[in-house]
Design a protein around this ligand. Structure first.
Ligand SMILES: Cc1cc2nc3c(=O)[nH]c(=O)nc-3n(C[C@H](O)[C@H](O)[C@H](O)COP(=O)(O)O)c2cc1C
Length: 182
């Protein structure tokens, strides 16, 4: 049976959108029904069984719309499986794990999510916006470091976790059955 999964992203220059799309494609390939949405466009998470949320990192922070989404949906997220990722490192440090910003770490604990996984990002001179980004995109940080195999493997793990949780729910005896059995 397929689960309905929301993959929500917060991106400034597009790299995180590509990561979210790849996660969505992999989950669909495993039979899930998936919406991949800009987090700012998400109105309601009630229809979803599980949520994947990712943000680009800027100056070690998440985009504010992603933090706002976590904060506004703490209660609903607590009753769902939630996975977090951030996209950032480029250039020589592309394989380095980034710590979650303190506010995000606090909210992740509130909703019962494991720490965010780090995916390498992309800094493209063609799409860099803002003085600093354009400047950085001319140096050794420029380039697309996104690791599609790592991203797909993570999405496949998410699919396995969703399926495992569904199986354990099916096999749990219901209270009604217990009453009948005395
Ligand atoms: C001004 C600026 C600041 C950045 N700060 C960080 C950072 O603190 N940590 C990090 O891992 N990556 C950082 N990056 C790299 C971006 O996170 C990376 O390019 C990311 O893939 C951008 O995602 P987006 O295209 O979805 O906005 C920074 C990039 C720029 C231009």
């Amino acid at each position: 049976m397929s689960s309905k999964v929301l993959v929500a992203y917060a991106s400034k220059m597009g790299a995180t959108v590509g990561i979210a799309d790849a996660i969505g494609d992999e989950l669909r390939a495993h039979g899930h029904t998936v919406d991949v949405l800009d987090v700012a466009q998400v109105k309601d998470i009630e229809p979803y069984d599980a949520v994947v949320l990712g943000s680009a990192l800027y100056m070690r922070r998440w985009r504010k719309e992603a933090v706002r989404f976590l904060r506004h949906n703490v209660d609903a997220l607590r009753t769902r499986q939630v996975w977090l990722f951030h996209s950032g490192p480029v250039g020589p440090d592309k394989d380095q794990d980034e710590a979650m910003p303190a506010a995000v770490a606090h909210l992740a604990r509130e909703v019962g999510a494991t720490p965010a996984v780090t995916f390498a990002g992309s800094l493209d001179p063609a799409t860099a916006t803002g003085f600093l980004a354009r400047r950085l995109a001319t140096g050794n940080l420029a380039g697309d470091c996104r690791d599609w195999d790592k991203i797909k493997a993570w999405a496949a793990d998410i699919s396995a976790a969703i399926e495992a949780s569904r199986r354990s729910t099916w096999h749990r005896p219901t209270r009604t059955a217990g009453y009948y059995l005395g």
